[in-house]
Structure formats: C-alpha cells, structure tokens
Ligand binder design. Sequence first.
Ligand SMILES: C[S@@+](CC[C@H](N)C(=O)[O-])C[C@H]1O[C@@H](n2cnc3c(N)ncnc32)[C@H](O)[C@@H]1O
Length: 393
Amino acid sequence: MKTTFQALDQFLYAHRAFWQLVPFEHQCLPWEHAYPALCKWLKSISNEELFRIDGERALLYTYLSPFFPDLPTVLQLIENIPQQSNEAPEVPEHFKQHIKGRKWQQIAQLAATLGESEAYLDWCGGKGHLGRLLSWYYENPVTVIERNADLCEQGKGFASKYDLPMRYVCADVLNSCQSHEFTQKHHAVALHACGDLHIRFMQSAALANTDKISLSPCCYHLTVMEKYQPLSIEGRFSKLVLRKHDLKLPLQETMTSGQRIQRLRHQEIEWRLGFDVLQREITGNTQYLPVPSIPKSMLSDTFEAFCLWAAEQKSIQIPEQINFAQYLEQGKQRRQVSARIDLVRHAFRQVLEYWLILDRAMYLTDQGYEAQITQFCAPEVTPRNILIRAQKG
Ligand SMILES: C[S@@+](CC[C@H](N)C(=O)[O-])C[C@H]1O[C@@H](n2cnc3c(N)ncnc32)[C@H](O)[C@@H]1O
C-alpha cells in the first residue's frame, strides 16, 4: 500500500496545477502559455465531444494520456481492485419495498460481501436497511447508530415487523463518543457515512479493538477541517495540501442523468457565470462570487430574473438598462472554459480518491489491522463502490 500511495502522491503533487484549481474562477484556460498543445486540443473539441469523453472513464484517460504520459502507469496501480463476487441474498419482495433499486443493489451486495459475523454495528445507518438485511440474512444481532430520531423510529418499526434482534442508538456521533457501543466481536460497518462521520467511525472502532471494520467512504469534503489532515503515518509525509474544494473532486462523477436534467444543470452554470461577469463589472470584485442554491423552478424563469434575485441575495444594486443578453452570452462562454478545465481535472479524480482511500486503509494498518481494498459492487451501481475491509491482525 505504501509504495502505491507514494507513487500516487508524487503524481498528484507534480500535476497539482491541473486539478487543484477552481474552474469557476477562471475566465480562460489557465495553461495557455505552459501547455499550449493541451489548450489547443481542449479548444478544438466540440461540447458534444467533451460531454462524451467526460462521461466515460476509459475514454477520458485515452484522450488525456498523451498530455500526461505518466497517467497510464499510475492508473495501472489503481486498476484491478478485486471485486468481491459473493452472490447477493435473495429476499422476499416486501422486505426491500422501501428501498430504491440501486440502493438495494448496493446494500444486498455489501451484505453478501461482508459475510457472517456474531454481531454487527451499522454506523450512521439511517433507517438501518443494511443492518436489517444483515440481521435477517445471518440471523445475528445488529446495533444501528443514527442521529435522526425519526429514521430510528421507522427502523425500529421494520425490525419489529420482521422480529429481528436489532437495537437503535439515537446519537450524534460527532458530539458524543460512541466507542462503548463497539465490542470486540462486532463487525462494524459504515456504508457511505460522509466525511468526518466515517473518520470518527474508524477511530471509535479501532479504539474499541473491534475485530472487523468495513467502510465505504464518501463525501470527503464534509469535514470541519479547513485543510485535510492525513490519517495515516505515511499520509502525514505528503506535501499535498488539500482543501474542501479539492476533496469534492472524487465526487464529481455522477451517474448519467436524463437530457432535461443535464440541460438545466448547464443552464444554471451559465446563469451563475453570467451573473458573475455582471457583478464583477458592478462591484469591481475580481473573485468568483458564489450565490446560494436556487429552487429548480427558478430555472424556468429568465436570466434577468435570476440576476435580480442573486443581486438581492448579495446586496448588489443592479443599474438600470443592463443588457442581460450580453452577460448571458459571456456566461455561456465561461461555461465552455470551466467545462474544459473540469475535463482535465477529472483525469485526476480517481487517483485522488484512491489516495484518500489508501490513507484510510493505512490508518487502520497503523492501528494493528490487516486492511484490504476491494469493490463491493460495480461502479455502474454506485461510483462509491470501494470497500475498505480491515481485520485485527
Ligand atoms: C448518507 S446517509 C447513509 C445512510 C446509510 N448508511 C446508507 O448507506 O443508506 C448518512 C446518515 O448519517 C446520518 N448522520 C449524519 N450526521 C450524523 C451524526 N452526526 N451522528 C449520527 N448520524 C449522523 C444521517 O442522518 C444519515 O442517515
């Protein structure tokens, strides 16, 4: 793990100018002088082509490797993560009624992968769907820890309906220590617990000497820390300084959405960037000015209405007789720039995620565990399909 981590670390550090940047802040491609060939290619591709390349990992790497000749070697290190192929348990239809298709696939495949244990702990488990399946399938007790009392109540309802030995602990895991809930015999599991939640999970489980720890991390940016604090000893040697914006990069791979949703997403970006050009001119501000999230219904209104709303949010006075169409046009041009910067950033997305995963796995190794990195389902089911499995050595 250490050598892979070091190779990824060096690669990410050497190429940080290509991924550690905020695309919205740039009015033109930032690598024009240093990397003219890359910029020439980025400008030559159509929006449709860009969208196609961005939508498929293999294609993205094929197109970008000529500009980053060490990319394929680094990718080789993170390819072939073993996929656990345990068969998902068959359950009665009514058991999974409340769970959406892809979520169910994740839960079922994870439950199969985790295997049998004397007891489980489902960290930040929501209604405890995963815990419920584990308890039903392996016929063993499960403790679910969850902050939302309503979800706990609903979970308890399901558990009693199926007469399962489940316990719900309603607690805020960031504001109270829950290590006492872990026992050595537990297989402690955290499925998609965001940022600090899965970090607290690993720390609590390791503190309690829990035999088996499994987690599928997500939302690395949801942390109180301004800068990323590496967890492992090896990680602390890294020269990388990761801020929240950088930590969002691994999550910039969404499942393909419908054309209407995509069109609205593009329109929203154009409006935000168009408003940004306007506010810069009015206020003299030279920084990108983010505005709060908007209700989707606003997107069926006009760009002008959006600008007036955004100006009000930011206490900016818009002068009369503004040619909004001109700013919208500039917004469209800036979206083309930011999409091209993002395309390049996306070539580093998986490498950065693997760096973060290795930091977590090595942290568990530092704590005396044998850690393994696997895939618990196909990336089409969820791009957050990596599972770190650790067992007390
Ligand atoms: C992304 S959901 C994952 C739920 C479940 N593990 C799954 O994969 O379906 C994260 C869960 O963490 C819970 N949560 C958020 N902050 C928490 C906290 N501070 N303490 C305990 N639970 C928390 C949320 O209520 C939510 O149910």
